[in-house]
Design a protein around this ligand. Structure first.
Ligand SMILES: Cc1cc2nc3c(=O)[nH]c(=O)nc-3n(C[C@H](O)[C@H](O)[C@H](O)COP(=O)(O)OP(=O)(O)OC[C@H]3O[C@@H](n4cnc5c(N)ncnc54)[C@H](O)[C@@H]3O)c2cc1C
Length: 399
């Protein structure tokens, strides 16, 4: 099939659209998910800015939009909530820090969704200050033995691999003594327990590790480089949560529009709605500009800015939507513990979203931490006092 090429479309775009046509012609877009997405990966259409052979073609990241736009309309085999961590954070982290072998082994099943990934960073005593973490990994021959506990681990109950940061040198200052691993979540000694959220759902978990053995070949980066690799992961997390440009009137504001059309509201409600719409549009355009400026590689603090804006805005948007619904807004179906096994099982109910967005200003770094990043890294304000920065981790007081 020959595409009609619009004015302004670049040669690279024409080339990838041609490849998308080949993909759709040679692989049933409604057939087997792994076969279709595997072919997409092999053709370099998974992450187009990644190198050839690793799911990309070495092109500009924005070309991916052209591919995604076409595939969104043509196939149900698209990344879902269960892929957000692996696709948004795991893949760019591995592309930056992984060895050739690790990339070859993990990127394809990660892309197709055959392997779901989770993020094992937060601990009961280390959330915002994740560098204070206490889970230990001790070297034993060509393996590491891991003991400790992680918490708030999204999709751990369906994950094959966990991105784990553990303390390997407790006598070094906290940022220096950590190492990064990819841990097999099915390994002996890994126990995953559901944690119920305000919505009733348990999309996240506690993860206990008792003498879990990780082969050294699953270490990412050098021993002691854990913080560097973790930072790449976190920067990509903020972009994955808040930084992807959406079309006008999509996401939370689209929900509010729909509720307004159905229920209407007072003059005051109308003012609130208009203000929120303008804020959402300003945030979207700012995000779009940051996205256009961003090139391949590690994203900068603009991901944190977008994350902060959307987290706070989403809460106010769903507050108004629920108010406009009146008593109907309180008709919540059930608070029974429910552990979704796939994205399809997750509820799209608006009342549930009102509750779920409360987590937006906590997950991926709280709004207070985003403001610290904004203040220090964008505005150049004096940094927070960090008195434990140079102390050996063993000498830092812990609760
Ligand atoms: C829905 C959801 C999913 C999550 N998924 C994952 C996951 O998959 N993997 C994972 O590792 N983690 C995950 N998390 C954990 C999340 O990253 C942490 O909850 C978050 O970083 C905050 O850490 P904390 O809960 O320990 O709070 P704390 O760090 O104890 O913070 C408590 C309060 O103190 C404030 N505070 C702390 N330090 C400062 C400071 N320096 N300046 C100003 N204020 C400060 C915080 O803003 C917050 O209000 C998830 C959380 C949620 C809600």
């Amino acid at each position: 099939m020959t595409q009609t090429v619009e004015p302004g479309v670049t040669g690279d775009e024409v080339r990838v659209l041609d490849l998308v046509d080949q993909l759709l012609a040679n692989h049933d877009p409604h057939g087997d998910r792994f076969e279709f997405m595997g072919a997409q990966f092999d053709m370099g259409l998974a992450w187009v800015h990644f190198p050839e052979g690793h799911g990309g073609l070495g092109l500009m990241p924005r070309i991916q939009e052209v591919i995604d736009h076409r595939l969104d309309a043509a196939t149900p085999h698209r990344p879902s909530f269960f892929h957000v961590i692996g696709h948004g954070m795991g893949a760019p982290m591995l592309n930056t820090h992984g060895t050739e072998d690790q990339k070859r082994r993990h990127l394809k099943p990660l892309f197709t969704g055959e392997d779901v990934w989770c993020q094992l960073f937060s601990e009961p005593g280390a959330g915002s200050d994740v560098a204070g973490l206490a889970t230990k990994a001790m070297e034993d021959g060509d393996e590491w033995v891991v003991n400790g506990q992680k918490v708030w681990t999204t999709v751990a109950h369906v994950s094959k691999w966990g991105m784990l940061v553990a303390r390997t040198d407790p006598d070094l200052p906290k940022h220096q003594g950590m190492t990064y691993f990819l841990m097999d979540m099915e390994a002996e000694g890994v126990e995953v327990r559901p944690l119920r959220q305000i919505t009733g759902e348990a999309e996240f978990n506690e993860v206990y590790m008792t003498d879990v053995r990780i082969p050294d070949s699953q270490r990412i980066g050098e021993r002691g480089d854990g913080w560097k690799v973790a930072l790449t992961t976190l920067m990509n997390e903020r972009v994955a949560i808040g930084g992807n440009p959406a079309p006008r009137n999509a996401g939370a504001i689209a929900d509010l529009l729909e509720v307004w059309r159905e229920h209407g509201g007072t003059e005051d409600d109308r003012d609130r709605f208009m203000k929120l719409w303008v804020e959402a549009e300003a945030a979207r355009l700012t995000n779009l500009r940051a996205y256009e400026n961003r090139t391949a590689g590690t994203p900068g603090p603009e991901g944190s800015t977008a994350k902060l804006v959307y987290a706070e805005l989403n809460k106010r948007v769903y507050e108004l939507a629920t108010e406009l619904m009146g008593p109907e807004g309180m008709l919540y179906d059930t608070y029974e513990l429910f552990q979704p096994q796939s994205a399809e099982e997750m509820s799209g109910d608006l009342r549930r979203r009102f509750l779920r967005v409360r987590a937006n200003s906590i997950e991926g770094g709280t709004s207070e931490i985003m403001k610290n990043i904004l203040g220090e890294r964008v505005l150049g304000l004096p940094g927070e006092p960090r008195v434990d920065k140079d102390l050996p981790w063993t000498k830092v007081p812990r609760s």
